[in-house]
Design a protein around this ligand. Structure first.
Ligand SMILES: *Cc1c(COP(=O)(O)O)cnc(C)c1O
Length: 394
């Protein structure tokens, strides 16, 4: 039996998209994102093993923190054992607790939302902007104007009666969110702005590093991020008091004046081991090169998709310099039914691709949470495909 004409067209479209990706990434099996260890990783890790300083004592953690402070321009950096721990600590530093609500974009990795529950607060999901893939400031402002009111200096969700204390914005796929708009909104509504910059190390908004606009920012050095420590994260802030509290809280709240085991509050064992920091130092030495190559790879994708109708490459927003952590394409709405076929076809061909995360309000544990109209996030979830993005591909 001959295939239907529109089947042929759909097949042609799928083939053209996968061919375009293949032309950029070259032959063979291609991962979504692989770390690269081409610097002094062996030397620094060997140094930890040779000296025995692999764990909570050693010089690499301080060095890693200073390198990050210099690179990001953040006044203070506290290294921790993963990005999730960094976010959890930020919510505690922002005094978010039981009965509070925290605004979270519906399109993010689940860790951003989980930490809200760690402090017994409730996530309140907000929509994103197609240009930035981050929180849509103007639409969120309208939502807060309509559904909240100010009572004794606190912003109250009129429907739930709960205070809204903070906004965590995410620089999704490495692209800077509208941080200026969000900062103004946070000020207007009395919210603490926390930037989840897990994916955006190396990304700038108007020349300034992401994560340094809000009161607190977080980074991740998981194996799939632009720079890895195996597992790791960091809290960044310009506030020395917050940085000191962050260090204290993440190192079992041990009293610095006491030589014995004096702990003055319930602390956490969230410190980054020295051996992981050693790996991180070697990786940071190569960060400029990683960003350069990832931007070059993005330019190749942009060119490869420029003449292909039915699909758009997701580029950096105006005023931003993105690290292009994870490249993405958006299928035109009339081709959104091709997403799953394209994922299947590319993965079968050895090219790792994946859809955007399942939206937070669609996960079983977060289904009942408060939210605004999430039409853009829902649209992006239907149409977006992430492409192989290792720096080594450029
Ligand atoms: C990776 C990531 C995290 C969590 O970082 P871990 O180091 O894996 O705990 C948080 N938020 C976003 C947006 C991420 O991509």
């Amino acid at each position: 039996m001959k295939p239907q004409t529109n089947e042929v067209t759909k097949n042609d479209f799928d083939a053209a998209v996968v061919d375009a990706v293949r032309a950029v990434v070259g032959p063979g099996e291609v991962a979504l994102h692989e770390p690269q260890f081409a610097g002094r990783e062996w030397e620094y890790v060997r140094d930890c093993l040779d000296t025995g300083w692999v764990s909570s004592v050693g010089t690499y953690v301080d060095r890693f923190e200073s390198m990050l402070a210099e690179y990001t321009g953040a006044g203070h950096v506290v290294a921790v054992n993963n990005g999730t721990a960094a976010l959890h600590t930020c919510l505690m530093l922002a005094n978010v607790g039981a009965g509070d609500e925290v605004l979270i974009p519906a399109l993010t990795f689940v860790a951003t939302t989980n930490v809200v529950r760690y402090v017994d607060a409730t996530p309140h999901f907000v929509d994103i902007d197609l240009r930035t893939m981050g929180v849509a400031a103007a639409r969120l402002e309208a939502h807060l104007d309509e559904t909240t009111s100010l009572q004794a200096g606190v912003r109250i969700n009129r429907q739930t009666g709960r205070p809204i204390r903070a906004l965590i914005c995410v620089h999704a796929f490495g692209h800077p969110a509208d941080v200026e708009g969000l900062l103004a909104l946070a000020e207007r509504f009395n919210l603490v702005l926390i930037e989840d910059a897990a994916e955006s190390l190396g990304s700038l908004h108007k020349g300034r590093h992401t994560g340094t606009f809000g009161r607190l920012g977080t980074l991740s050095f998981n194996g799939n991020k632009i720079v890895t420590t195996g597992g790791g994260g960091a809290i960044i802030t310009s506030d020395p008091g917050l940085a000191a509290r962050a260090k204290h809280l993440t190192t079992t709240a041990r009293s610095s004046t006491d030589s014995g085991f004096m702990h003055d509050q319930v602390g956490f064992n969230y410190r980054l081991p020295n051996i992981n920091a050693a790996l991180g130092c070697a990786q940071l030495e190569q960060l400029d090169g990683f960003v350069e190559r990832k931007r070059k790879l993005a330019a190749s994708y942009r060119e490869a998709f420029a003449d292909l109708s039915g699909v758009q490459f997701v580029g950096e927003p105006d005023g931003a310099r993105s690290n292009y952590w994870l490249n993405a394409i958006l299928l035109d709405p009339e081709h959104s039914d091709r997403r799953d076929a394209l994922l299947e076809r590319s993965n079968a061909a050895g090219i790792a691709t994946r859809p955007a995360w399942t939206l937070m309000h669609e996960l079983p544990m977060y289904r009942g949470c408060p939210r605004m109209d999430l039409r853009v996030a829902e649209d992006v979830r239907r149409r977006l495909i992430n492409l192989p993005s290792s720096a080594s591909l450029a």
